[in-house]
Design a protein around this ligand. Structure first.
Ligand code: SF4
Length: 94
């Protein structure tokens, strides 16, 4: 299984975000009641590897069409704000 890329994330206030790109090595999606980015954080420092682009390490949204055994199998995902929550915008409940 390959980990999908985070193609874009517009949550620029996240410590892992630089120029709308996620640099966390592996994010987790889902809390699991909501398809939020569970790795989002506001630390007073930059996080992740600036040379790497984030990938989806795990996803707890078992009702998503891309979810296989709690792993994301989408070709890639987009993350961004939906109201007050930073969500996986690729999430598609079946
Ligand atoms: S995908 Fe999640 S961890 Fe990565 S920059 Fe966006 S909010 Fe932060």
């Amino acid at each position: 299984m390959k980990m999908p890329m985070v193609n874009k994330c517009t949550a620029v206030e996240c410590s892992y975000n630089r120029d709308q790109t996620c640099h966390a090595l592996a994010i987790t999606i889902g809390d699991p009641a909501h398809a939020q980015c569970d790795t989002f954080c506001r630390a007073p420092m930059s996080g992740g590897d600036p040379k790497a682009v984030g990938q989806v390490g795990a996803c707890k949204m078992s009702d998503c069409r891309y979810n296989v055994d709690l792993e994301c199998q989408a070709p890639g995902i987009t993350v961004g704000r939906e109201q007050d929550i930073v969500d996986c915008l690729t999430y598609q409940p079946v």
